[in-house]
Every structure is written in structure tokens, then in C-alpha cells.
Ligand binder design. Structure first.
Ligand code: PSV
Ligand code: MN
Ligand code: MN
Length: 392
């Protein structure tokens, strides 16, 4: 094994990809939710499924929660339940988009009483993080307007800044705030956090523990996402990713399915700029999935997604940076491009299969899951009760 390959393997061994609790539940579009047998009925059952993903891939040790979808009475007990299954509870996602009161916004709503309610929910999420031991609070706001003149854009920015400041103040030591942007939807004329620039400006105003989250599905077609990643890393403000694939808008398909080359280019920026280095630390970049499996089987869909991130990471780590920089310095356009493409075109599947075997895992996580019997077991056992779903 060359020095380069052993360094790649060492980096891959320390990689952690967080899976979202909502990926395990039923989900769909506004047209139809196709229910699947065996889907979790409780938050604990979602954790049971997430444990299967980690068991077979070895790189998915944490699960993101979405509140109130994952509301329970005792978060300390939930964290212990996760630990018993070899997992930990990860990012806490707030939800101020599913209440009738939020029709005109949450923290940017014209009515101070609604703003108070929304901010209180964000504070509740920090209290949950205290109990779960989570590092990151992820904030996404559906706030915005549908019609010109509906509300004042700058005033809404002021309301947003005020709410964010209150929540930032409440963060405990070792906790961070990740602010997510989205171009459009559900608001169609203005979103209050439409782009990385808006998110970055708010984070700068708050302090070093406020960081931007890049959801790969939240940009206009053709946006150069890797440029945004490079810039945020350079500024020390990349908090993490919500990975998923899009063909058209916020499709929430499996990461690496629509455009594996884009995923590689993004992870190349991460690799080159030290983004894999701090892991769980305060400077760490969080690698999260934010996707749904509407028509494909859920647990295998998550396993496939985790593997797609892992494969793109391996390719990104294989880029010969010395050769790349030499070609760049020499102005060798084609040579530099070839260095990148060589890494991208490498079949890393044997390397990853070997790595898994070294870790005592099955070389093929998809086959391992199929052979485990877990799917048959949950289909047989999880009858009765209400199946947990995305958005419920
Ligand atoms: C919004 O589209 C979003 O990407 C946010 O991260 C939400 O929390 C999540 O989707 C819900 O799936
Ligand atoms: Mn997201
Ligand atoms: Mn989204």
C-alpha cells in the first residue's frame, strides 16, 4: 500500500456521515405518500433502523433529530437508547414551518406574538441539545413573502437578526448554530434566507459559533456550489452539509445519484481546505444527509447514500494535490484538469471494500443488509400503531 493510499484510508476511517431520522419514516410529495411496510412507529424505531445503517457501513454513527417530528418526553433517555445501539444523537433541526401561526413567517412574522412563539421553539431546541449532548442546532426558515409589497424585506431581516441573536446567546459551551439557506419554496417572491450571502452576513453578526449550512438541493440550477464551499471554508464559516440530489428543485433524492461529479467537486474543496480535519470539534464540518426515500426502500436507500458520499470522499482524497498545484503554478490547464479527472475516474470500490474488511465489516453493505434479515423482521413486527412519517 502506498503512503497516499494509507493516508486516504486513515481519513476515510475517521469520516462520519449523519443520517436524518426523517429518512426512515414514510415520506412523499404533496401529491401522494406511498406508505411502506415495516416503517418505524416511534423515534426509537427510527434509531433502530439508523443503527442498521451504521452497523453495515461503519460510517454513520449519528442521527439528526427534527423537532417536533421526533419529540419525546425524555431526551436523556433517548440519548442513552441511541448509545446502547452504538449511535449518538446529532444535529437538532428546528421546525418553525408547520404551524398555522406561521403562514406569514415565524421569526420574521409581522406579529411579535408569533415571533415570540417561534423563538421559544428555537430555545426549546437548545434545551434538547443540552439533554442529548448535541453540538449543532440547525435552523432553516420557510419565512418569506409571496407578493411584492406584502411585507418589508429589510424590516424582516431585522426581526430575523433579533431572534438569531437571542438563540445564539442561549447556546452553551461546545454548541453551534448552523444557518441554512434556500433559494425559494415555500415562499416564492422572497425567502428571508435565500442564499449563502444572507446566511453568512447573519453569522458574521452573531459570532464564530454561527456557521452556514450548504444544502445541496437549495440552489438555482447551474450554481457553482463548490465555489461557495471553498469560500465558506476559507472564512471559517462552513458549518456543514445537508446532502441530497436534485434534478429540478428541492427534490431530496439520494445524494450522489443525480450528479456524482458535483459531489466529488464539493468534497475536493473540503479535502483541499482542511474540512475533514476537525471532525467532532468546534471547527468540524458536519456531513449530514437531508433526503427522503419516497419510492425506494428506505434503509437500503440510506445505505446507498452513505456509500455514495464515501465513494466521492475517497476520490476527493485521492487527488494528487502536489501534482495539481505544480500544474496550476505552471499554468498547465489540461494537466491540472487531468489530475482531478484521474482521481474522479478511479474506481474506489475495491479500496472501500478492503477498508471495510479491515474494520471487520462485510465488504458490500447493501448485500450485508439484505442478508441480515432486518427488513423481514421489521415488516413482520411493526404492525399496528401509527407509522412515523416525514412531517408528522
Ligand atoms: C428545507 O427544504 C430543508 O432542507 C430543511 O433542512 C428542513 O429542515 C428539511 O428540509 C426537512 O426535510
Ligand atoms: Mn436541508
Ligand atoms: Mn430542502
Amino acid at each position: 500500500m502506498t503512503a497516499a493510499v494509507s493516508a486516504v484510508k486513515a481519513a476515510l476511517r475517521s469520516q462520519a456521515i449523519e443520517t436524518p431520522s426523517w429518512a426512515y419514516g414514510n415520506s412523499g410529495t404533496r401529491f401522494k405518500v406511498f406508505a411502506q411496510p415495516g416503517v418505524p412507529r416511534t423515534v426509537r424505531e427510527k434509531l433502530d433502523d439508523a443503527a442498521q445503517v451504521h452497523r453495515h457501513t461503519g460510517v454513520a454513527p449519528s442521527v439528526a433529530l427534527h423537532i417536533p417530528w421526533d419529540r419525546v418526553d425524555d431526551y436523556t433517555a433517548l440519548a442513552a437508547y441511541a448509545r446502547e445501539r452504538g449511535l449518538r444523537l446529532g444535529t437538532v433541526n428546528s421546525n418553525v414551518f408547520q404551524d398555522d401561526d406561521y403562514k406569514l413567517g415565524s421569526v420574521t412574522h409581522p406579529d411579535p406574538a408569533v415571533r415570540r412563539k417561534a423563538t421559544d421553539h428555537l430555545l426549546e431546541c437548545v434545551a434538547i441539545m443540552d439533554a442529548t449532548g448535541s453540538r449543532d442546532l440547525k435552523l432553516w426558515f420557510s419565512d418569506g413573502t409571496n407578493y411584492p409589497g406584502q411585507d418589508d424585506t429589510a424590516t424582516r431581516q431585522g426581526r430575523l437578526a433579533e431572534a438569531l441573536a437571542e438563540v445564539y446567546e442561549r447556546l452553551g459551551e461546545g454548541q453551534r448554530m448552523l444557518l441554512e439557506y434556500k433559494l425559494f419554496e415555500p415562499s416564492f417572491y422572497t425567502m428571508d434566507v435565500p442564499d449563502w450571502g444572507t446566511a453568512y452576513a447573519h453569522c458574521l453578526g452573531l459570532g464564530p459559533r454561527a456557521r452556514v449550512v450548504v444544502d445541496t438541493g437549495h440552489h438555482a440550477p447551474g450554481t457553482n456550489i463548490e465555489f461557495i464551499v471553498a469560500l465558506l471554508l476559507r472564512e471559517g464559516r462552513l458549518g456543514g452539509f445537508d446532502f441530497n440530489s436534485r434534478f429540478y428543485a428541492d427534490d431530496d433524492l439520494m445524494v450522489g445519484a443525480a450528479d456524482p461529479f458535483q459531489l466529488f467537486r464539493i468534497l475536493h474543496e473540503v479535502a483541499k481546505n482542511g474540512g475533514f480535519e476537525d471532525g467532532d470539534g468546534m471547527e468540524g464540518v458536519a456531513f449530514m444527509l437531508d433526503q427522503c426515500h419516497n419510492i425506494e426502500a428506505k434503509i437500503p436507500g440510506v445505505i446507498r447514500s452513505v456509500m455514495n458520499v464515501q465513494e466521492a470522499t475517497a476520490k476527493a482524497l485521492l487527488v494528487d494535490l502536489d501534482a495539481l498545484r505544480a500544474a496550476q503554478r505552471a499554468g498547465d490547464v489540461l494537466g491540472a484538469n487531468a489530475v482531478l479527472m484521474d482521481a474522479y475516474n478511479t474506481d474506489v470500490r475495491p479500496l472501500l471494500a478492503g477498508l471495510r474488511e479491515e474494520q471487520g465489516l462485510h465488504p458490500d453493505p447493501m448485500a450485508a443488509y439484505r442478508e441480515s434479515g432486518w427488513q423481514e423482521r421489521i415488516v413482520a413486527e411493526r404492525v399496528g400503531g401509527e407509522q412515523a412519517g416525514w412531517g408528522a
